[in-house]
Design a binder for this molecule. Structure first.
Ligand SMILES: Nc1nc2c(ncn2[C@@H]2O[C@H](COP(=O)(O)OP(=O)(O)OP(=O)(O)O)[C@@H](O)[C@H]2O)c(=O)[nH]1
Ligand SMILES: [Mg+2]
Length: 460
């Protein structure tokens, strides 16, 4: 792959979203040494603010070949180093619409041979290489662009502001402090009293706790970012489709008293408490010779695999029996699961054996009773209380570096337990610090950098 780690060329790209094809305005961003000259070649303007830095001015895009104006635009110039990339940037605010924007892009490129189209993420990469942002901020920009809900956008923006770097730097400083203590002893052992292994272990434990909290929060945060997929599973006629309709406030699925009504899976996307939720209604599970129904039942099991969470419904009228037990045993253990006893209205409430059903949500879906308790249960299981405390969301790369650092710290325990020399501790701490530096981008290879930024979209 051709390297994209270069800041020599001047690059251009459509920086605004054009996926819908229409919009009031669209922005073309040009960055690099030639940005201003290149735009001067294709813009005609009489503005007294023309080409001043950090001023917006008016002009026309001119097609020099055909000698005619293509669009009336606003232009802003941000001279180096006070720009997003740290280079000279010109932004051309054209009228939206795929045809106009692409035409302006064409004219820009054909009139300026020194300009090329930016690679995905190249603007952000330059911002990083020129020290305008650290790597976590660059990655958070990508996260912000891809956020699917308010909460997720809020958390991503914390990363853009530098919150991830702050947390990593904080852990790194703790480690540096421990390392200095060790290194001083390696060099001037005679000037120090006995090394307090207990204190050292305690300090390392505190650092490990901080790292583990970050990893744990990200796991929970993934629900905020990616949503929760919930499969409604149970025997036929227990009220799965009724529950889908109740939660979605729509008559999405057919409900009848005939067992085996639902054959195909039905999905509805909702947002509850700012979290995107996909509810999947499935075919009721039972022994049957019916060909189509069996395909549906197979699909129900596929949906269990694909979901994060299973609501297992049974009818209180019929009671929870061996068949239910059998199906529940087939649900993989890592899935979160809530058992829901439905049709509460059909039984005498005094007869409900509370002891056996202490962990079961009781509902009458038909009478719209118990929805709130169900939603609360789901959120509690997904760790919703802690959702509120989550302020940053780390990506896989960052988590993997954190785990490497954790491993270094665990190794210090082994070194101490085996009373190995100080130098060994110092090696692990140094390695741990290096792993943290990889997160913020102070310690990186070109290959990794290319890999990270190629995941961005063009224009970012
Ligand atoms: N009395 C009572 N009936 C209910 C309740 N919930 C659902 N039902 C009825 O139970 C029958 C089956 O409901 P569905 O929602 O179609 O059940 P299902 O689990 O989707 O059934 P299949 O698609 O066949 O697997 C319908 O007649 C519903 O009206 C409830 O809380 N109380
Ligand atoms: Mg159904």
């Amino acid at each position: 792959m051709e390297s994209i780690v270069t800041t020599e060329d001047t690059i251009a790209a459509i920086a605004s979203a054009i996926s819908l094809g229409k919009g009031g305005i669209a922005v073309i961003r040009v960055s690099g040494k030639e940005a201003i000259n290149a735009c001067k070649n294709i813009v005609e303007t009489n503005s007294k603010y023309a080409w001043n830095s950090h001023r917006v001015f008016h002009g026309f895009i001119k097609d020099n070949l055909e000698n005619k104006y293509i669009d009336e635009i606003l232009i802003s110039v941000m001279q180096s180093p006070n720009s997003f990339t740290g280079e000279d940037i010109v932004e051309l605010h054209c009228h939206g619409g795929v045809i106009v924007v692409n035409k302006v892009m064409d004219i820009l490129l054909s009139n300026n041979k020194e300009i090329r189209i930016a690679n995905p993420g190249e603007f952000s990469q330059r911002a990083f290489l020129n020290g305008k942002i650290d790597l976590t901020q660059a990655e958070s920009i990508n996260q912000l662009i891809n956020a699917k809900n308010n909460k997720s956008a809020e958390i991503a923006f914390n990363g853009v502001k530098g919150e991830i770097k702050k947390k990593i730097d904080d852990i790194k400083n703790d480690l540096i402090e421990q390392l200095s203590e060790i290194e001083a002893r390696v060099d001037f052992e005679e000037d120090f009293g006995d090394f307090n292994y207990n204190d050292f272990s305690k300090n390392i434990k505190n650092i490990k706790d901080k790292i583990e909290t970050l990893i744990e929060n990200t796991k929970r945060g993934s629900y905020i970012h990616n949503g929760i997929a919930i499969a409604l599973i149970g025997k036929t006629n227990v009220g799965k489709s009724s529950l889908l309709n109740l939660l979605s406030k729509k008559d999405k699925a057919i409900v009848t008293s005939i067992p085996g009504t639902t054959r195909d899976t039905i999905e509805v996307n909702l947002t509850i408490k700012d979290i995107p939720i996909k509810i999947i209604d499935t075919a009721g599970i039972r022994e049957t010779d019916e060909y189509i129904e069996n395909i549906g039942i197979e699909k129900s099991f596929e949906m269990i695999e694909k979901s994060d969470y299973v609501i297992y419904l049974f009818s209180l009228e019929e009671g929870f029996n061996k068949d239910d037990e059998k199906i529940i045993r087939m649900i993989p253990q890592e899935k979160l699961i809530t058992i829901l006893g439905n049709k509460k209205d059909l039984i005498d409430s005094k007869k409900i054996n509370k002891k056996n059903l202490s962990n079961t949500v009781l509902m009458s879906i038909k009478k719209n009773e118990g929805e709130k308790a169900l939603v609360e249960k789901i959120f509690k299981k997904c760790g919703s209380k802690e959702f509120e405390n989550i302020d940053v969301f780390l990506n896989e790369r960052q988590i993997s570096n954190l785990k490497d650092c954790l491993k270094n710290l665990n190794d210090t325990d082994t070194i101490i337990a085996n009373q190995l020399p100080f130098d060994f501790l110092s090696i692990e701490l140094r390695d741990g610090i290096k792993n943290l530096s990889r997160i913020t981008g102070e310690e990186l290879t070109e290959e990794l950098l290319n890999n990270i930024f190629s995941k961005f979209c063009i224009g970012k």
